[in-house]
Design a binder for this molecule. Sequence first.
Ligand SMILES: *Cc1c(COP(=O)(O)O)cnc(C)c1O
Length: 405
Amino acid sequence: MPGYELWSDAERKELMDVVESGVLMRYGFDAQRKGHWKAKELEQAICNRFGSRHAQLVSSGTAALTTAMAALGIGAGDEVIMPSFTFVASFEAVLSVGAIPVLVDVDETLTLNPGAVRNAITPKTKCVMPVHMCGSMADMDALQSICAEHGLLLLEDACQSIGASYKGKSLGTIGDAGTFSFDFVKTMTCGEGGVVLTNSEEVYTKCDAYSDHGHDHKGVDRGADLHPFLGYNFRLSELHAAVGLAQVKRVDEFLAIQKKNQTALKNILSAIPQISFRKLPDPDGDSCTFLSWFLPTEELTRAVITEMKAQGIAGGNFYWFDNNWHYIRKWDHLKNASSLHPLHDEQRKALQALASQDFSASDAVMSRCVSTSISLLWTEEQVKEKGEKMVAAINKVLASESINA
Ligand SMILES: *Cc1c(COP(=O)(O)O)cnc(C)c1O
């Protein structure tokens, strides 16, 4: 899955340009930088590869979400509808701009259920934030028409789905804005980093200033820049950008390996009729970072994962095992509104209400789901061996269940 698996001379070479010039900052120092503008070049390369009119690099995917929300004018008291299955960054960013995360159910796409989004709309709703989890997409046609109908913003968290697409358009370029993360475990990496994608010049100009203390970047030097509004420092360094520049040129190579390995694993698992695979609103657009599938019942899924773990076979479940980062069930800090700094009343009440909200529709999906992360390093033989071991483990459980039944 992540670009770090294929670290190469290409990354080293881009880095050395920066190391040798000694200019680690993306703005200014024109005379000393020996013509190297890694962040600017990376933004252009991202626009070209993913088909976005504008791209603003920032220091992380979380910073990208925060910057995008600020640029879209999302703030105090606004409700942002987001899925119950995501990464903690989604609600961190919403809370950081003073807005209220409204969590709704996911379906077998492992992303927002459009019907659940519709039911959650109130007069305070400002934005719908699909999170394209585990390499694949939400139903963007449905979400776009809901947003159009109700005058809502659409912000795509495509942090986990770099290179995935929906009906020919890269995820992250369809809504009013979208974000990628380039943290260490993402499809392409800068070590740390992120980007806001947008086709709106106005949103882009705001992101550009907001991520650098509100600088308008129009002065003869940084000291002469004006500050049309408040900002933060979410800048990406030239060192990080240099790594990203090498990685973005290799992203199609990474995606091709993912697709090959995921397809091979899927073909092997398809031999088991009790397995159904994740629903994909556009099967051709899957970036194939994961293979996600379902068993018919929670009990069977738990037994299969227990068996797979006992045999040392990789395959995670975000419901009971493995992982406290991705699903509402494990987010006690969110449900308890455990914030170091006081939250405002509306935020605190909304978070505390999550503890008693009915997420049974999400539970019914997440408790039956198994996700395997697809490595770029697997050989053809290794994929085959993994797949066959998984099939044997699943069949063993299915056989003992039918004896017990
Ligand atoms: C990784 C990730 C982020 C945040 O990215 P960081 O760069 O780690 O801050 C946001 N959303 C999702 C879905 C992610 O997986």
